[in-house]
Write a protein that binds this ligand. Structure first.
Ligand code: GLY
Length: 381
């Protein structure tokens, strides 16, 4: 095992031990101009889709260190999320992101009954978003009076996004704990639709597919958070790579493994020599905006996939994951207390004003990836 991995883990956990002292009770997403974390635990922000990554980070920090302070903090925050169950505009396709690295990991670790209840409620609501005629789980929620940035008149009833592949494990888990096959069936129908509609012949993945909600016919594809229609949003490539790998792990259906391999082969062909990942593999050379969060998600997917294949293919996936992570460790991570985030330079979307900022899921997936390399990661997905 390479020495830098242990050094990085020590520095990562050490910094979060210090950070925890000033963020107790908070749910963090990004940082302000002073470099300090924000707090999304209030009633008006608790539904934010990334909030589960904060509790997930605390759970993985506990796995990394055995420090009960992280364990206790994750559990203390879990109840805050219950308010989302009363807010139909907040509940959406991202229930997996909200509750898998949160109540579900709590149930898996401690057998907690309230946590089990939360996970099943979240899975039921996610299953309810499935369009049975169209064969997809609907993304997002523009309710009357709400508009979606850039798409003011479209209610998004037929929209599905590649990110949703990462939410399917909530449904696989729910079938496992309840014995009810419907959750898994819905997950597989969505995965099959995604395989047919989102994965291009070259192995790249579309961000948004717009389906006719009455028939399931593909109407158009959109560039979404990437550069443009027909482009290749890097975080979306990561969601596809890791997401299909997870669907294979939960179902053992070869077609999902083949999909993951196809995306991985494409991603490997696109990783720049610098090891730093842009927002979109097809963005113009300038500005050379980066998205470190994409690196961390791609690395997690490649590490899991490397265990499912053999020989040179497996070695190539692992080598690429190590390169991405080591590059972040050496060139992008900030282990000092000058700012709260560790993995710097993540970008929400190509066309949003903020680029190369702090985003909590980059820290989450970086830690998950390092712990996978040490065989110490909690199983979240
Ligand atoms: N929409 C989820 C993401 O930004 O990756």
């Amino acid at each position: 095992m390479e020495k830098w991995i242990d050094e990085s883990l020590d520095a990562f956990v050490g910094k979060y031990r210090r950070t925890l002292e000033h963020v107790r009770g908070m749910i963090c997403y990004t940082t302000g101009p002073d470099g300090r974390f924000d707090d999304r635990s209030g009633d008006d922000q608790i539904g934010w889709w990334t909030n589960g990554f904060w509790t997930g980070l605390l759970w993985q920090l506990w796995a990394a260190s055995g420090d009960e302070a992280f364990h206790e903090e994750a559990i203390a925050l879990e109840e805050r999320f219950d308010r989302i169950f009363l807010d139909a505009s907040a509940l959406d396709h991202d229930n997996g992101f909200r509750w898998l690295p949160n109540a579900v990991v709590h149930y898996r670790q401690d057998g907690d009954k309230a946590a089990l209840n939360r996970g099943i409620l979240a899975a039921g609501q996610l299953a309810g978003r499935f369009n049975p005629t169209g064969g997809f789980i609907r993304a997002w929620n523009p309710w009357p009076g709400m508009t979606m940035e850039g798409f003011p008149d479209d209610k998004h009833i037929g929209w599905a996004i590649i990110d949703c592949m990462m939410n399917l494990p909530l449904l696989y888990w729910a079938s496992g704990v309840t014995g009810d096959p419907r959750f898994k069936d819905i997950a597989m129908r969505h995965a099959d639709k995604a395989l047919a509609s989102f994965i291009r012949p070259d192995g790249s993945a579309v961000h948004i597919c717009v389906f006719d909600p009455s028939t399931g016919d593909l109407v158009k594809t959109l560039g979404g958070q990437g550069y443009a229609e027909g482009s290749s949003w890097t975080r979306g490539q990561g969601w596809a790579l890791y997401g299909f790998t997870l669907s294979y792990l939960h179902t053992k259906e070869e077609r999902y493994l083949e999909a993951a391999r196809k995306v991985a082969s494409y991603v490997l062909s696109q990783i720049p020599g610098s090891g730093l990942i842009p927002i979109d593999f097809r963005q113009p050379p300038e500005p050379a905006w980066e998205d470190s969060s994409a690196s961390t998600i791609i690395a997690c997917g490649l590490i899991e996939l490397s265990k499912l294949v053999s020989g040179k293919e497996s070695d190539d996936y692992m080598a690429a994951a190590l390169k991405l992570l080591k590059t972040l460790h050496e060139e992008r991570n900030d282990y000092t207390d000058a700012q709260d985030i560790i993995v710097t330079r993540s970008s929400e979307a190509y066309h949003r004003p903020a680029h190369e900022t702090a985003i909590i899921y980059a820290d989450y997936y970086y830690l998950e990836a390092l712990l996978k390399l040490k065989d110490k990661a909690l199983w979240v997905w």
